[in-house]
Design a protein around this ligand. Structure first.
Ligand code: FAD
Ligand code: NAD
Length: 395
C-alpha cells in the first residue's frame, strides 16, 4: 500500500507521548504507525531510584505498553534495535528489519562514564528495570556476604555523582539501609553511605539554599558527602578519588551523567555526547524524515545552553513531534518546539523533597507532596484515572 509508514523506536517518555498524540491526530489510513521497544512494558525512569534501593516495588515503576496504546491504531513490536540505517530508511532489529518513511528516535540515554577506567565494568547504574533489579539484589547480597566473611567493605556504599539521580538514589538508600541492617543483625553505625561529587557543590546549578537543605537532610539520614573530589577509577572493591585516595566499597553506583544512545552515533549522525542537535521542529539536521526526541537529542535554550535531559522535556517533545508528523503528511507548516518549564522537584526520601517552581522555593513535607502530585499527574496523562489507581503511590 502507499500509506506512509511512521516508525517510533523507544517507548519511553518521548516515544509513548508521540504514539498517544499520533492516535489523536491522525485520521484513519493517514499513516501506519509502529512502536518498537525492547520490552513489552514502559518504565517510569523517574521512579527507578526507589526500586533500585528497595524502598518500592518494581511493579510501581512499569506498565504494559498494551495498556497505554490503542492497538487498532498503533502496531506494537517488542524488539531490540540493533542498527539504524538512514540512507536505506531501515531499522535493523535482533530478528529481522523494518523500513520507514518517517522515523522517531526516542531511545533514551545511557550512562556517561567519561572513559573513567573500570566504571563500565564494576559500577552499577540506574537505567532500566533490569539494571535496578541488579542494584537491589546486590545491596542485600553484600549484607548477607558480610555476615559470612566479615569484610567491612561490604558495608560501604558509594554513589558517584551528586546530580539529581545521585541525590534521589542516595536518599532512598539512606532510608532503606537501616531497615536492612536490622533484618541482617548489623549495627547501622558500621554502614557507610558515601556520595562523591567532582563539582564544587552537590546538585550543581540548583538553588544554593535548597542544596544546603538537601545535604542537611541527607547528612541527618547518615550520608557522608565528599564534594569537589572526582572519582578517577572504579575497582571491584572501591573507587580511587582525588589524589590517589582509595575508598573501599563493594557497592558503587554510578550516577555521573548520561549521554545519548550509542546507536545514534553508530548511524552516522553528528553528535555531542551521543546526542543530536535537532532543529526547532525536532528533526535531525539534513533529515526531514527523522525526528529525535528526549535524552538522545540536544536542544539549546534561549541563552544558548543545552536544556538538561529530563522526562519533562521528552514528554513535551513527544506531543510536538506527533503534531509535526501530521503536518508533514499534510504538507502543512510545522510547529516550532518551545519548552515550557514546569519546575523541578527532587525527592530526598520519605517525607522530604526540594522544589523550585517558577521563582518559588519549596522544601520538606510540602515539596514531598508536590513530588507525589507530579508522579500521579504523569500516570493520569498517559493512562487516565484507571492507571492512577493501579500504579499510583499515595502514601
Ligand atoms: P527513556 O524514558 O529512557 O526511554 C527509552 C526507551 O527506549 C526505553 O523504553 C528503552 O527500553 C527503549 N530502548 C532503549 N534502547 C533500545 C533498543 N536498542 N531497542 C529498543 N528499545 C530500546 N526527569 C524529570 O523530568 N523529572 C524527574 O523527576 C526525573 N527523575 C529521574 C530520576 C532518576 C533516578 C533518573 C535516572 C532520571 C530521572 N529523570 C527525571 C530523567 C528522565 O528519566 C529522562 O530524561 C527520561 O526518561 C528521558 O526520556 P526518553 O523518552 O528520552 O527515554
Ligand atoms: P547529571 O549529569 O545531572 O549529574 C551528574 C553528576 O555527577 C554531576 O554533578 C557531575 O559533576 C558528577 N560527576 C561527573 N563526573 C564525576 C566524577 N568523575 N566523580 C564524581 N562526580 C562526578 O546526571 P543525573 O543526575 O543522572 O541526571 C540526568 C538528567 O536527569 C539531568 O538532566 C537531571 O536534571 C535529570 N533528573 C531529574 C530529576 C528530577 O527532576 N527530580 C531526577 C533525576 C534526574
Amino acid at each position: 500500500s502507499n500509506i506512509p509508514k511512521i516508525v517510533i523506536v523507544g517507548a519511553g517518555y518521548g516515544g509513548i507521548l508521540t504514539a498517544q498524540q499520533l492516535q489523536k491526530e491522525l485520521k484513519h489510513n493517514e499513516a501506519n504507525v509502529t512502536l518498537i521497544n525492547r520490552h513489552d512494558y514502559h518504565y517510569i525512569t523517574t521512579h527507578l531510584h526507589m526500586p533500585a534501593a528497595g524502598t518500592d516495588t518494581i511493579e510501581h515503576s512499569r506498565i504494559p505498553i498494551a495498556q497505554l496504546i490503542d492497538e487498532f491504531k498503533v502496531d506494537l513490536v517488542k524488539g531490540t534495535v540493533k542498527e539504524i540505517i538512514p540512507g536505506e530508511k531501515k531499522i535493523v532489529l535482533e530478528d529481522g528489519s523494518l523500513s520507514y518513511d518517517y522515523l522517531v528516535i526516542g531511545l533514551g540515554g545511557e550512562p556517561e562514564t567519561f572513559g573513567i577506567p573500570g566504571m563500565d565494568k564494576f559500577a552499577l547504574t540506574i537505567r532500566s528495570i533490569n539494571s535496578v533489579r541488579l542494584i537491589r539484589e546486590h545491596i542485600e547480597y553484600q549484607l548477607a556476604l558480610y555476615k559470612n566473611d566479615g569484610n567491612p567493605s561490604r558495608l560501604n556504599f558509594v554513589v558517584g555523582g551528586a546530580g539529581f539521580s545521585g541525590i534521589e538514589f542516595i536518599a532512598e538508600l539512606a532510608d532503606r539501609l537501616p531497615q536492612l541492617a536490622k533484618a541482617y543483625d548489623i549495627d547501622f553505625n558500621r554502614i557507610q553511605i558515601i556520595n562523591v561529587e567532582a563539582a564544587p557543590t552537590a546538585l550543581p546549578g540548583f538553588d544554593p539554599e535548597l542544596v544546603e537543605y538537601a545535604m542537611d537532610v541527607l547528612k541527618r539520614k547518615g550520608v557522608t558527602f565528599r564534594i569537589g573530589i572526582p572519582i578517577k577509577e572504579c575497582l571491584q572493591d572501591g573507587v580511587i578519588v582525588g589524589e590517589d585516595e582509595k575508598i573501599e566499597a563493594c557497592t558503587v553506583v554510578w550516577t555521573g551523567g548520561i549521554r545519548g544512545n550509542g546507536l545514534i552515533e553508530k548511524a552516522g549522525f553528528e553528535v555531542m555526547r551521543g546526542r543530536v542537535k535537532i532543529d526547532d521542529f525536532l528533526r535531525a539536521p539534513g533529515h526531514d524524515d527523522i525526528f529525535i526526541i528526549g535524552d538522545s537529542s540536544l536542544m539549546l535554550n534561549p541563552e544558548g545552553r543545552p536544556y538538561p535531559p529530563t522526562a519533562q522535556i521528552a514528554m513535551q517533545q513527544g506531543v510536538v513531534c506527533a503534531k509535526n508528523l501530521a503536518a508533514t503528511l499534510r504538507k502543512k507548516e510545522l510547529h516550532k518546539f518551545v519548552f515550557s518549564n514546569k519546575g523541578t522537584v527532587a525527592s530526598l526520601g520519605k517525607g522530604e523533597a526540594v522544589a523550585v517552581v517558577g521563582k518559588r522555593k519549596i522544601k520538606g513535607w510540602v515539596a514531598a507532596q508536590l513530588k507525589k502530585i507530579v508522579d500521579l499527574r504523569y500516570l493520569f496523562i498517559i493512562g487516565g484515572i484507571p492507571l492512577v489507581l493501579r500504579k499510583g503511590r499515595f502514601f
